[in-house]
Write a protein that binds this ligand. Structure first.
Ligand code: IMP
Ligand code: MG
Length: 171
């Protein structure tokens, strides 16, 4: 399958540096924990945290959605074994892409329930046209049209995550 480049390596680098400066200003002197959603946000996490020059912790959560066999509703199963103690901390949830919004909205509630002092959200990409849950990301790298993207952490059937840029899969 061919890949059409959409967002280049240098565009991503420049944008993450801008977001890093904003996050630094917003969280100066606050107990920041960045909670990244596996697996798609791993590459963005590694590049973003190196642009945030204030002390902060890193934690990981996994969120898998399962579509019921007999219904159209989806259930989100959250594994936060690698996000130790977030109580009293200012959490910034990081995901690769906001699509329908269900993953992030559920995770925000989950982290709030675990006693975080505050919960904000950051996404590398925000896809326009498919959102069903009203959630506004606090930090957003790029707004993209309703196309299926891969690379820079994003996968198709678990492949393509290693591409250093974001591209559109031509089927
Ligand atoms: P949401 O819960 O619908 O917002 O879905 C978010 C998740 O769906 C992301 O963490 C991705 O794993 C996946 N996803 C949504 N759109 C794409 C895409 O275009 N490419 C790859 N993964 C996607
Ligand atoms: Mg994902």
């Amino acid at each position: 399958m061919a890949v059409e480049p959409l967002i280049s390596e240098s565009q991503i680098r420049d944008r993450l540096a801008e977001l890093g400066r904003q996050i630094e200003e917003d969280y100066r002197s606050r107990p920041l924990t960045i909670v990244a959603v596996l697996t798609g946000s791993l590459i963005a996490l590694a590049d973003l945290v190196r642009q945030i020059h204030i002390p902060h912790r890193i934690a990981l959560v996994q969120a898998s959605s399962y579509r019921g066999a007999t219904t159209t509703s989806t259930t989100l199963v959250i594994n936060d074994a690698f996000a130790p103690d977030v109580s009293g901390r200012d959490v910034l949830l990081l995901d690769d892409i906001l699509d329908t919004g269900q993953t992030l909205a559920n995770l925000v509630r989950h982290i709030q329930d675990r006693g975080a002092a505050s919960v904000k959200t950051a996404v590398l990409l925000r896809k326009i046209g498919r959102q069903v849950v009203p959630i506004e990301p606090d930090y957003c790298g790029f707004v993209i049209p309703d196309v299926f993207v891969i690379g820079y952490g994003l996968d198709f059937d678990d492949d393509y995550r290693h591409l250093p840029y974001v591209g559109v899969l031509q089927q």
